[in-house]
Design a protein around this ligand. Structure first.
Ligand code: F3S
Ligand code: F3S
Length: 206
């Protein structure tokens, strides 16, 4: 008879986080609290001593506070979704419908070959659409054959790297977390930590 927490509302910025898995929601909340711009600004404001109100009218004007602003973390994507070239097709007659269990192989780059790009995002084979889609991404990598469209990564990402990509005909799920704004990744690792089947691997830029 335990109540399941499914929502969290940030008291500072009002952002609503939702997930059916309480553990996932807790991870999302922790990440949000670390990155919340409004929360940071409030903390900074508290740290800057507020001068007492000036009494004499002729008092020298108080200098404007010159504390440097908190580091900006974009709340909205800074990179347009429009990508680069597409050299592969999501449709086809592929019959390689083997179910693939997580986690994603962290050494896949040593074992797989790039087979092309989709809107500029690198795709690693083997690739046999629509049943076998390989691993997508260079720094933000998702094994599309493991992804079951849970969506926790999309909700958790503070900089909106992901969007849904329809993948009709794939046996694990007919949509995937597509890292279209991969270049915006700030390597917070939230998505990697919340993905239930562990389909995600983040590679920090060296
Ligand atoms: Fe998003 Fe990159 Fe974090 S994809 S969740 S900013 S690791
Ligand atoms: Fe897929 Fe995992 Fe995201 S299952 S949609 S990569 S949370």
């Amino acid at each position: 008879m335990t109540a399941t927490v499914t929502e969290y509302v940030c008291q500072d910025c009002g952002t609503l986080l939702r997930h059916s898995n309480p553990n996932t929601l807790e991870s999302m909340r922790d990440v949000h609290n670390q990155l919340c711009v409004v929360k940071r600004q409030k903390t900074m404001a508290q740290q800057v001593a507020v001068p007492k109100p000036a009494t004499p009218a002729a008092a020298a004007p108080a200098p404007a506070a010159t504390a440097s602003p908190p580091p900006a973390i974009p709340a909205t994507p800074s990179t347009p979704a429009a990508g680069g070239p597409t050299t592969i097709s999501l449709s086809g007659t592929g019959t390689s419908y083997d179910k693939v269990d997580g986690p994603i192989d962290p050494k896949f780059k040593e074992k797989r070959q790039p087979v092309g790009t989709y809107q500029g995002i690198k795709v690693w084979g083997p690739y046999d659409a629509p049943g076998q889609l390989g691993i997508w991404g260079e720094n933000v990598c998702v094994d599309f054959d493991i992804c079951v469209a849970d969506g926790a990564c999309i909700e958790a990402c503070p900089v909106n790297v992901y969007e849904w990509l329809q993948t009709p005909g794939h046996p694990a799920s007919e949509k995937k977390a597509f890292m279209i704004r991969e270049k915006d990744c700030i390597f917070c690792m939230a998505c990697e930590n919340v993905c239930p089947p562990q389909a995600i691997k983040i590679f920090k830029k060296g």
